[in-house]
Design a protein around this ligand. Structure first.
Ligand code: HEC
Ligand code: HEC
Length: 211
């Protein structure tokens, strides 16, 4: 099973890095509109306060608005791990790399503990029923083994994906699928190579339809 057989020619680079670039553009627009800056507090302060720095993009207590990922209720260990990977550069990111570097590991763990106590709330989203049905089929065949309970399951390594924002799901699935950047989880990359481009959108519609 080849993990990396796609053409990596320079001519396709611009197109291939499109999803994250689009997210970055949205972030930049967002930050200039709201005055969010990337500077962060140095002194140790209680996590709800620390977490206020995230609200500009991830909403109050992590209940983000489209297309930013919902982070309320993420598993504490997944959260800590992902933030450390953003910080070290092991996880590709538009904005979170720079941002995570402003926090100590202790502060990251504090925020992880705080967001883990929040309840996940799946937003109402418009979906295409045909795509939902197609996504469900692929999910059962290839994804349910890890993303159990239609993607509601989560553990220390696997994030919940049911009820996540559709646009974010599409962007992140394309990231794994295009292999243009080294995502930290090899297996997801391998699995995604078995899919066609249109499958990604179908899957995003399916998970967006879950509560
Ligand atoms: C300017 C907007 C912005 C701010 C502010 C922000 N984030 Fe993010 N966050 C993003 C984006 C965009 C992503 C997707 C990864 C990327 O491209 O950087 C993300 C991804 C994440 C993820 C991964 C979610 C997943 O499902 O894998 C976590 C965890 C996270 N952010 C935590 C935080 C925390 C904690 C803070 C506050 C200290 C914060 N973010 C502040 C925009 C932001
Ligand atoms: C062998 C277990 C496994 C299988 C099979 C699997 N995944 Fe995953 N998935 C994971 C893990 C673990 C992560 C976290 C990866 C990371 O840390 O980068 C993940 C991450 C994701 C994410 C990113 C979530 C986020 O917020 O960053 C999406 C979306 C996703 N998977 C969808 C799928 C879909 C769709 C399929 C089927 C085509 C699938 N996965 C198959 C284990 C799996």
């Amino acid at each position: 099973m080849a993990t990396n057989t796609k053409n990596k020619g320079i001519d396709t680079m611009a197109v291939r890095s499109e999803p994250l670039t689009r997210l970055l553009l949205l972030c930049t627009l967002f930050m200039s509109a709201t005055g969010v800056t990337l500077s962060v507090a140095a002194a140790p302060i209680p996590s709800p306060t620390l977490s206020n720095n995230c609200a500009g993009c991830h909403g109050t207590f992590g209940h983000s608005a489209q297309p930013m990922p919902i982070i309320a209720g993420l598993s504490e260990s997944y959260f800590s791990q992902v933030m450390r990977q953003f910080k070290s550069g092991d996880r590709p990111a538009t904005i979170m790399g720079r941002l995570a570097r402003g926090y100590s590991d202790r502060e990251i763990d504090e925020m992880a503990a705080f967001f883990a106590t929040q309840l996940w709330m799946s937003p109402q989203q418009e979906v295409n029923p045909t795509l939902v049905a197609r996504g469900r089929k692929i999910h059962v065949e290839k994804c349910e083994v890890c993303h159990k309970d239609n993607g509601r399951y989560q553990d220390a390594e696997t994030p919940r994906i049911a009820g996540q924002w559709r646009e974010y799901l599409e962007i992140i699935l394309q990231e794994y699928w295009r292999v243009e950047r080294d995502m930290p989880h090899r297996f997801m990359t391998i699995i995604l190579q078995q899919l066609k481009s249109g499958d990604l959108s179908a899957l995003a519609h399916f998970y967006a339809d879950q509560r």
